[in-house]
Design a protein around this ligand. Structure first.
Ligand SMILES: [Zn+2]
Length: 308
Protein backbone atom coordinates (compact mmCIF):
# COMPACT_ATOMS: atom_id res chain seq x y z
CA UNK A 1 0.00 0.00 0.00
CA UNK A 2 1.02 3.59 -0.56
CA UNK A 3 2.42 5.30 2.50
CA UNK A 4 0.88 8.70 3.05
CA UNK A 5 2.35 11.42 5.24
CA UNK A 6 -0.21 12.19 7.94
CA UNK A 7 -0.56 15.45 9.83
CA UNK A 8 -3.46 16.02 12.19
CA UNK A 9 -4.05 19.54 13.43
CA UNK A 10 -6.69 21.15 15.59
CA UNK A 11 -10.03 22.06 14.07
CA UNK A 12 -10.69 25.57 12.83
CA UNK A 13 -13.92 27.35 12.03
CA UNK A 14 -14.16 28.64 8.47
CA UNK A 15 -16.86 31.21 7.60
CA UNK A 16 -18.98 30.50 4.52
CA UNK A 17 -21.14 33.64 4.56
CA UNK A 18 -24.59 34.38 5.94
CA UNK A 19 -23.73 33.00 9.38
CA UNK A 20 -22.82 29.55 8.02
CA UNK A 21 -19.48 27.99 8.90
CA UNK A 22 -17.55 24.75 8.63
CA UNK A 23 -15.40 23.36 11.45
CA UNK A 24 -12.65 21.53 9.56
CA UNK A 25 -10.30 19.03 11.22
CA UNK A 26 -7.33 18.16 8.99
CA UNK A 27 -6.32 15.78 7.64
CA UNK A 28 -9.77 14.22 7.56
CA UNK A 29 -8.71 10.63 8.21
CA UNK A 30 -10.36 8.21 10.65
CA UNK A 31 -12.13 10.21 13.37
CA UNK A 32 -11.12 13.64 12.09
CA UNK A 33 -14.55 14.77 10.96
CA UNK A 34 -15.99 18.12 9.97
CA UNK A 35 -18.89 19.86 11.66
CA UNK A 36 -21.15 22.65 10.43
CA UNK A 37 -22.41 25.73 12.22
CA UNK A 38 -25.08 28.34 11.67
CA UNK A 39 -24.48 31.30 13.96
CA UNK A 40 -27.34 33.68 13.27
CA UNK A 41 -29.11 36.59 14.91
CA UNK A 42 -31.80 34.44 16.43
CA UNK A 43 -30.44 30.91 16.47
CA UNK A 44 -27.29 28.83 16.74
CA UNK A 45 -27.35 25.39 15.12
CA UNK A 46 -24.59 22.79 14.91
CA UNK A 47 -24.33 20.01 12.36
CA UNK A 48 -22.49 17.17 14.16
CA UNK A 49 -19.92 17.32 16.93
CA UNK A 50 -16.50 15.65 17.40
CA UNK A 51 -14.96 12.35 18.47
CA UNK A 52 -12.94 13.04 21.64
CA UNK A 53 -13.67 15.25 24.62
CA UNK A 54 -10.81 17.63 23.84
CA UNK A 55 -11.83 18.01 20.18
CA UNK A 56 -15.45 18.54 21.21
CA UNK A 57 -14.42 21.22 23.69
CA UNK A 58 -12.41 22.93 21.00
CA UNK A 59 -15.51 22.95 18.82
CA UNK A 60 -17.55 24.38 21.71
CA UNK A 61 -14.99 27.17 22.23
CA UNK A 62 -14.93 27.97 18.51
CA UNK A 63 -18.73 28.19 18.43
CA UNK A 64 -18.85 30.38 21.53
CA UNK A 65 -16.43 32.82 19.93
CA UNK A 66 -18.81 33.61 17.05
CA UNK A 67 -22.35 32.76 18.27
CA UNK A 68 -24.85 35.18 19.76
CA UNK A 69 -26.51 32.53 21.90
CA UNK A 70 -25.92 28.95 23.09
CA UNK A 71 -26.37 26.10 20.61
CA UNK A 72 -30.12 25.46 20.41
CA UNK A 73 -30.12 22.56 17.98
CA UNK A 74 -27.63 19.91 16.89
CA UNK A 75 -28.34 17.93 13.73
CA UNK A 76 -26.55 14.57 13.64
CA UNK A 77 -25.88 13.39 10.09
CA UNK A 78 -25.51 9.74 11.22
CA UNK A 79 -24.59 7.74 14.34
CA UNK A 80 -20.80 7.39 13.93
CA UNK A 81 -18.94 8.49 17.05
CA UNK A 82 -16.76 11.07 15.36
CA UNK A 83 -19.95 12.96 14.47
CA UNK A 84 -21.88 12.40 17.69
CA UNK A 85 -19.67 11.64 20.71
CA UNK A 86 -19.36 15.37 21.45
CA UNK A 87 -23.12 15.92 21.68
CA UNK A 88 -23.03 15.82 25.49
CA UNK A 89 -20.80 18.90 25.57
CA UNK A 90 -23.82 20.96 24.43
CA UNK A 91 -26.41 20.02 27.09
CA UNK A 92 -28.52 23.06 26.19
CA UNK A 93 -29.14 21.76 22.64
CA UNK A 94 -32.01 19.72 21.24
CA UNK A 95 -30.50 16.92 19.15
CA UNK A 96 -32.24 16.01 15.91
CA UNK A 97 -31.55 13.04 13.62
CA UNK A 98 -33.18 10.44 11.42
CA UNK A 99 -34.95 7.96 13.68
CA UNK A 100 -32.63 5.03 12.90
CA UNK A 101 -29.68 7.20 13.92
CA UNK A 102 -31.01 7.36 17.46
CA UNK A 103 -31.42 3.58 17.54
CA UNK A 104 -27.88 2.96 16.25
CA UNK A 105 -26.34 5.44 18.69
CA UNK A 106 -27.99 3.69 21.60
CA UNK A 107 -27.05 0.23 20.29
CA UNK A 108 -23.43 1.20 19.61
CA UNK A 109 -22.74 3.29 22.70
CA UNK A 110 -19.04 4.04 23.08
CA UNK A 111 -17.95 0.77 21.40
CA UNK A 112 -16.30 2.67 18.55
CA UNK A 113 -13.51 3.65 20.94
CA UNK A 114 -12.30 0.02 20.90
CA UNK A 115 -11.53 0.19 17.17
CA UNK A 116 -8.74 2.70 17.57
CA UNK A 117 -5.62 2.52 19.73
CA UNK A 118 -3.75 5.37 21.37
CA UNK A 119 -6.56 7.93 21.38
CA UNK A 120 -7.16 10.10 24.46
CA UNK A 121 -10.94 9.90 24.52
CA UNK A 122 -11.59 11.93 27.69
CA UNK A 123 -14.75 11.39 29.69
CA UNK A 124 -17.28 10.70 26.95
CA UNK A 125 -21.01 10.20 27.42
CA UNK A 126 -23.67 9.23 24.91
CA UNK A 127 -26.19 11.99 24.32
CA UNK A 128 -28.70 10.66 21.79
CA UNK A 129 -31.21 12.58 19.64
CA UNK A 130 -34.51 13.46 21.29
CA UNK A 131 -36.26 14.64 18.13
CA UNK A 132 -36.28 12.26 15.16
CA UNK A 133 -37.72 12.31 11.65
CA UNK A 134 -38.25 9.80 8.86
CA UNK A 135 -37.73 11.57 5.52
CA UNK A 136 -36.89 15.21 6.10
CA UNK A 137 -37.29 18.16 8.40
CA UNK A 138 -36.84 21.88 7.74
CA UNK A 139 -34.88 24.19 10.02
CA UNK A 140 -35.60 27.91 9.77
CA UNK A 141 -32.32 29.68 10.37
CA UNK A 142 -33.13 33.38 10.61
CA UNK A 143 -34.24 34.00 7.02
CA UNK A 144 -32.79 30.84 5.43
CA UNK A 145 -34.49 27.46 5.22
CA UNK A 146 -32.29 24.39 5.64
CA UNK A 147 -33.61 21.02 4.52
CA UNK A 148 -32.34 18.08 6.57
CA UNK A 149 -33.02 15.08 4.34
CA UNK A 150 -32.59 11.32 4.64
CA UNK A 151 -31.84 9.93 1.17
CA UNK A 152 -34.44 7.21 1.67
CA UNK A 153 -32.03 4.28 1.50
CA UNK A 154 -28.85 2.96 3.08
CA UNK A 155 -25.80 4.87 1.81
CA UNK A 156 -22.86 5.61 4.17
CA UNK A 157 -25.09 4.23 6.94
CA UNK A 158 -28.78 3.40 7.16
CA UNK A 159 -29.66 6.73 8.66
CA UNK A 160 -27.72 9.41 6.83
CA UNK A 161 -29.04 12.95 6.67
CA UNK A 162 -27.59 15.80 4.64
CA UNK A 163 -28.30 19.47 5.13
CA UNK A 164 -29.11 21.56 2.06
CA UNK A 165 -29.53 25.32 2.07
CA UNK A 166 -30.74 26.04 -1.48
CA UNK A 167 -30.71 29.81 -1.07
CA UNK A 168 -26.97 29.71 -0.51
CA UNK A 169 -26.35 26.63 -2.68
CA UNK A 170 -24.62 25.20 0.39
CA UNK A 171 -24.54 21.47 1.14
CA UNK A 172 -23.33 19.74 4.29
CA UNK A 173 -23.07 16.09 3.28
CA UNK A 174 -21.91 14.35 6.44
CA UNK A 175 -20.03 11.20 5.42
CA UNK A 176 -21.87 10.79 2.12
CA UNK A 177 -18.89 12.67 0.63
CA UNK A 178 -15.23 12.81 1.63
CA UNK A 179 -12.58 15.05 0.13
CA UNK A 180 -9.61 12.82 -0.74
CA UNK A 181 -10.81 10.21 1.72
CA UNK A 182 -11.79 6.64 0.87
CA UNK A 183 -15.58 6.16 0.96
CA UNK A 184 -16.76 3.81 3.71
CA UNK A 185 -19.94 1.79 3.31
CA UNK A 186 -19.39 -1.01 5.82
CA UNK A 187 -22.55 0.09 7.63
CA UNK A 188 -24.41 1.25 4.54
CA UNK A 189 -24.62 0.24 0.90
CA UNK A 190 -22.36 0.47 -2.15
CA UNK A 191 -25.23 0.79 -4.60
CA UNK A 192 -27.21 2.99 -2.22
CA UNK A 193 -24.37 5.46 -1.84
CA UNK A 194 -23.83 5.54 -5.61
CA UNK A 195 -27.51 6.38 -6.15
CA UNK A 196 -27.45 8.96 -3.36
CA UNK A 197 -24.35 10.65 -4.72
CA UNK A 198 -25.97 10.88 -8.14
CA UNK A 199 -28.90 12.65 -6.48
CA UNK A 200 -26.59 15.04 -4.67
CA UNK A 201 -24.91 15.81 -7.99
CA UNK A 202 -28.31 16.98 -9.28
CA UNK A 203 -28.52 19.67 -6.60
CA UNK A 204 -27.19 23.02 -7.72
CA UNK A 205 -24.32 22.96 -5.21
CA UNK A 206 -21.80 25.77 -5.05
CA UNK A 207 -20.17 24.99 -1.69
CA UNK A 208 -19.88 21.45 -0.37
CA UNK A 209 -18.78 20.72 3.18
CA UNK A 210 -17.79 17.04 3.19
CA UNK A 211 -17.85 14.80 6.27
CA UNK A 212 -14.05 14.64 6.21
CA UNK A 213 -11.47 16.70 4.33
CA UNK A 214 -11.33 20.22 2.99
CA UNK A 215 -14.32 22.29 1.85
CA UNK A 216 -14.97 21.88 -1.87
CA UNK A 217 -17.71 21.98 -4.44
CA UNK A 218 -19.83 19.59 -6.49
CA UNK A 219 -16.72 18.27 -8.23
CA UNK A 220 -15.98 16.21 -5.10
CA UNK A 221 -18.90 13.91 -5.86
CA UNK A 222 -18.01 12.13 -9.11
CA UNK A 223 -14.66 10.68 -7.97
CA UNK A 224 -16.46 9.12 -4.99
CA UNK A 225 -18.95 7.50 -7.39
CA UNK A 226 -16.09 6.28 -9.58
CA UNK A 227 -14.39 4.63 -6.59
CA UNK A 228 -17.60 2.90 -5.53
CA UNK A 229 -18.20 1.63 -9.07
CA UNK A 230 -14.67 0.22 -9.06
CA UNK A 231 -15.44 -1.54 -5.74
CA UNK A 232 -18.68 -2.94 -7.16
CA UNK A 233 -16.96 -4.32 -10.27
CA UNK A 234 -14.12 -5.79 -8.21
CA UNK A 235 -16.65 -7.47 -5.92
CA UNK A 236 -18.60 -8.97 -8.81
CA UNK A 237 -15.45 -10.40 -10.37
CA UNK A 238 -13.98 -11.50 -7.04
CA UNK A 239 -17.14 -13.27 -6.03
CA UNK A 240 -17.38 -14.98 -9.41
CA UNK A 241 -13.80 -16.19 -8.96
CA UNK A 242 -14.58 -17.55 -5.50
CA UNK A 243 -12.31 -15.09 -3.68
CA UNK A 244 -12.86 -13.68 -0.20
CA UNK A 245 -13.28 -9.91 0.11
CA UNK A 246 -9.71 -9.65 1.43
CA UNK A 247 -8.33 -11.65 -1.52
CA UNK A 248 -10.30 -9.46 -3.87
CA UNK A 249 -8.97 -6.32 -2.15
CA UNK A 250 -5.41 -7.55 -2.58
CA UNK A 251 -5.73 -7.99 -6.33
CA UNK A 252 -7.64 -4.74 -6.91
CA UNK A 253 -5.72 -1.88 -8.49
CA UNK A 254 -7.07 1.26 -6.85
CA UNK A 255 -5.22 3.48 -9.30
CA UNK A 256 -5.49 7.14 -8.31
CA UNK A 257 -7.64 6.25 -5.31
CA UNK A 258 -4.73 4.46 -3.62
CA UNK A 259 -3.54 7.91 -2.54
CA UNK A 260 -6.80 8.71 -0.75
CA UNK A 261 -6.71 8.49 3.04
CA UNK A 262 -7.60 5.22 4.76
CA UNK A 263 -7.36 2.99 1.69
CA UNK A 264 -7.66 -0.02 4.03
CA UNK A 265 -11.41 0.57 3.93
CA UNK A 266 -11.38 -1.37 0.65
CA UNK A 267 -11.88 -4.88 2.13
CA UNK A 268 -14.68 -3.52 4.37
CA UNK A 269 -16.36 -1.95 1.36
CA UNK A 270 -16.00 -5.26 -0.47
CA UNK A 271 -17.63 -7.12 2.42
CA UNK A 272 -20.60 -4.79 2.01
CA UNK A 273 -20.64 -5.29 -1.76
CA UNK A 274 -20.54 -9.07 -1.32
CA UNK A 275 -23.50 -8.83 1.08
CA UNK A 276 -25.47 -6.88 -1.52
CA UNK A 277 -24.48 -9.28 -4.28
CA UNK A 278 -25.77 -12.15 -2.14
CA UNK A 279 -29.08 -10.33 -2.14
CA UNK A 280 -29.02 -9.41 1.52
CA UNK A 281 -30.93 -6.42 2.76
CA UNK A 282 -29.01 -3.16 2.18
CA UNK A 283 -27.53 -1.82 5.38
CA UNK A 284 -28.02 -5.00 7.38
CA UNK A 285 -25.63 -5.11 10.34
CA UNK A 286 -22.52 -7.15 9.46
CA UNK A 287 -20.25 -8.76 12.06
CA UNK A 288 -17.63 -6.09 12.66
CA UNK A 289 -14.70 -8.02 14.18
CA UNK A 290 -13.64 -10.17 11.18
CA UNK A 291 -14.05 -7.20 8.84
CA UNK A 292 -11.88 -4.96 11.00
CA UNK A 293 -9.35 -7.82 11.04
CA UNK A 294 -9.39 -7.80 7.22
CA UNK A 295 -8.76 -4.04 7.18
CA UNK A 296 -5.80 -4.50 9.52
CA UNK A 297 -4.49 -7.38 7.39
CA UNK A 298 -4.84 -5.28 4.23
CA UNK A 299 -2.99 -2.49 6.07
CA UNK A 300 0.09 -4.73 6.46
CA UNK A 301 -1.01 -5.65 9.99
CA UNK A 302 -1.09 -2.05 11.22
CA UNK A 303 -4.10 -0.99 13.35
CA UNK A 304 -6.51 1.58 12.02
CA UNK A 305 -4.72 4.90 12.29
CA UNK A 306 -6.84 7.48 14.12
CA UNK A 307 -5.18 10.81 14.87
CA UNK A 308 -8.14 12.27 16.77
ZN1 LIG B 1 -19.35 8.11 9.30
Amino acid sequence: MTTIERAATVGTLQPLGGGFHAFIQPDGGWGLNNAGLFAGERSTVLIDTCFTESRGKRLRDAVAAVANQPVGVIVNTHHHGDHTYGNYLFPEATIIAQHACRDRMLATGLDTCHLFEGVDWGDLEISEPTVTFTDEITLHLDDSAATVRHPGRAAHTNEDAYVWIPERRLLYTGDLVFNRGTPFVLMGSVTGLITTLRELAELDVETLVPGHGAIGDASLIQPQIDYLELVWEAAREGMADGLTPLETARRTDLGAYASWLDAERLPANLHRAYSELRGEEPGRVLDLAPIVADMVAFNDGKPLHCLA
